[in-house]
Every structure is written in structure tokens, then in C-alpha cells.
Design a protein around this ligand. Structure first.
Ligand SMILES: Nc1ncnc2c1ncn2[C@@H]1O[C@H](COP(=O)(O)OP(=O)(O)OP(=O)(O)O)[C@@H](O)[C@H]1O
Ligand SMILES: [Mg+2]
Length: 270
């Protein structure tokens, strides 16, 4: 990835400012029998330009939390301010437009459109983003594919690409509208370890180029590479680093009313 190929703009905020602020977010699932908090009083900040991990075992609430950040899911209570917008206050239409401009989403299973080539997948994001005139789509798509090292694969269908290549195309697509942030749910979860290292290295490099990358992982080694992180367990933050989180002390409540330990915040152990 040569410097001269770079056409990404960095997250404009200073690194000391939060790109995302999550305050007292709760997500309650109610059935006839009971109410369960799958996220319980979550508070933290994502510093601009950080490589930010949401870490925790299966079922701890990572995906639920990530989906709240992008407005795919909505909190039962609490506030999320992302790039200056209160996410829950936006209508679906507004959210879709906002997402297109401010956050690129990378999925565990790539989610490329199988009938479109790599370039067309990236161009579709440009079309939906609506920021660039049609005549510039092709060049911008080429630049994004070049950024992930796959300019030569522009005309391939997803089925003609390896898993790692598909994920890199998905990252190119997420970068298409040059958003300040990328969010990724287990972006390397479906890749072999060598390919995973390559894809993760690409995300790391993007933060060095000014993007904020928020990723979900259950892998302690990947979490340890974050520049800031929160660790979840059973819907609560049990540790954090660089995220100014209010730590909820785990293990002394009945599921909904655990004691809050703002003063007992401890650094996460990588
Ligand atoms: N719509 C829903 N209805 C009921 N329970 C749900 C719903 N969505 C999530 N849950 C529950 O909330 C908890 C957190 O789910 P979530 O998918 O966020 O976990 P996760 O940390 O992403 O797990 P994994 O690592 O397995 O992907 C789980 O116990 C899950 O079963
Ligand atoms: Mg998940």
C-alpha cells in the first residue's frame, strides 16, 4: 500500500476526543415470563483514531452492542452519540444516510453481493452513499480496491475470490464513502489464522492512517492488539482500557441491579 495511493481522509477529531460516546446503555429483552438485560448500564467512549476492541465470550453482548452503535438495534435506555449524532433519535431514513457517510460496516461473513464483481460491490456502496457523482465511482472503487491490495481482482465475482480476499473487498466497500469509522463484527472470525492476520493488519493500518476501527472479538490475542477496549461479560463491562468506561462490577447483582463501581475501574489485562 503505497502512500501515494492513499486517498482516505482521517477522522477529523483530535485523538483525545471521543468519536463515540456510549452512556448508560441498556438493552432489555422482555418475554412473558421475564425481563433480561442483555446489555446492562454500558458506559464508555471510543477515542478518535483508535483501534477499539469490544471483547468478550460468546453471548456476552458484543454484537448487540456493536449493532447499537450503528443504529441497527436500538437501546432500551441510554444514549449513544456517534460522530456528533445521537443515534437513537434518527429516523430509519436518516440513519441509513448517516451510516452511508459516517460508518463502514464489515461483517464476519463478508456479505458481498454474489452476482456483482468486486468493483461493482464497491460501486454499489458509492451509489447508496450518494456523495460522489456517478462518473467518479469507477475511479474511487479502483482506489479503494488498490488500498486493500486487490486492484487486479476488480472484475472477479466473490465466488472467484478466497475468504481473505472477499473480506478485503468488503473492507474496500466499507471505505468507499471515506467514513471516519469502520465497525466490524468478528471480521477475521471466518478466516484461517494466516489470512486473519493479514486482514487484521489491514484494519490496524487503517487506524494508523486516521480511521477509527471498532471491532468485536472473542480472541484475547486480537483484543490485546487494540489501542483501547472494553471487555464484556453477561452484558456488563468488566474491564476496560483507554475507554473511560464506568465499570460495572460483575458478580454481585441479580442481573439487573448490580452495584456500579465507577471508582474501581481497572485496566483490562491484555
Ligand atoms: N433478539 C434477541 N432476543 C433474545 N435474546 C437475544 C436477542 N439478541 C441477543 N440475545 C441474547 O443476548 C445475549 C448477547 O447476544 P450477542 O449476540 O450480543 O452476543 P455476542 O457476544 O455477540 O456472542 P457471539 O460471540 O456468540 O457472537 C445472548 O445471550 C443472546 O442469546
Ligand atoms: Mg456476536
Amino acid at each position: 500500500m503505497a502512500e501515494s495511493q492513499l486517498t482516505l481522509s482521517a477522522t477529523s477529531a483530535h485523538p483525545d476526543t471521543a468519536l463515540v460516546r456510549v452512556e448508560h446503555v441498556t438493552r432489555v429483552i422482555a418475554t412473558r415470563a421475564q425481563r433480561t438485560a442483555i446489555l446492562d448500564d454500558i458506559t464508555f467512549s471510543v477515542p478518535a483514531r483508535s483501534l477499539f476492541a469490544i471483547n468478550g465470550p460468546s453471548g456476552s453482548g458484543k454484537s448487540t452492542l456493536l449493532n447499537m452503535l450503528t443504529g441497527i438495534d436500538r437501546p432500551t435506555s441510554g444514549h449513544i452519540v456517534f460522530a456528533g449524532e445521537e443515534v437513537r433519535k434518527m429516523s430509519e431514513n436518516r440513519l441509513a444516510r448517516w451510516r452511508g457517510r459516517h460508518v463502514g460496516i464489515v461483517f464476519q461473513f463478508f456479505q458481498l453481493i454474489p452476482t456483482l464483481t468486486a468493483r461493482e460491490n464497491v460501486q454499489l456502496a458509492l451509489q447508496l452513499g450518494g456523495a460522489l457523482p456517478r462518473r467518479e465511482w469507477r475511479e474511487r472503487a479502483h482506489t479503494c480496491l488498490d488500498l486493500v491490495g486487490l486492484a487486479d481482482y476488480a472484475d472477479r465475482l466473490p465466488s472467484e475470490l478466497s475468504g481473505g480476499q472477499q473480506q478485503r473487498i468488503a473492507i474496500a466497500r466499507a471505505l468507499a464513502n471515506d467514513p471516519p469509522a469502520l465497525v466490524a463484527d468478528e471480521p477475521t472470525g471466518n478466516l484461517d489464522s494466516k489470512t486473519a492476520a493479514q486482514v487484521f493488519g489491514l484494519l490496524e493500518e487503517l487506524t494508523q492512517r486516521g480511521k477509527t476501527v471498532i471491532y468485536v472479538t472473542h480472541d484475547p490475542r486480537l483484543a490485546a492488539r487494540a489501542t483501547a477496549r472494553v471487555d464484556l461479560l453477561d452484558g456488563r463491562i468488566v474491564a476496560h482500557a483507554g475507554a473511560e468506561a464506568v465499570v460495572t462490577v460483575y458478580g454481585n447483582g441479580n442481573g439487573n441491579g448490580a452495584a456500579k463501581g465507577a471508582a474501581t475501574a481497572r485496566e483490562a489485562q491484555p
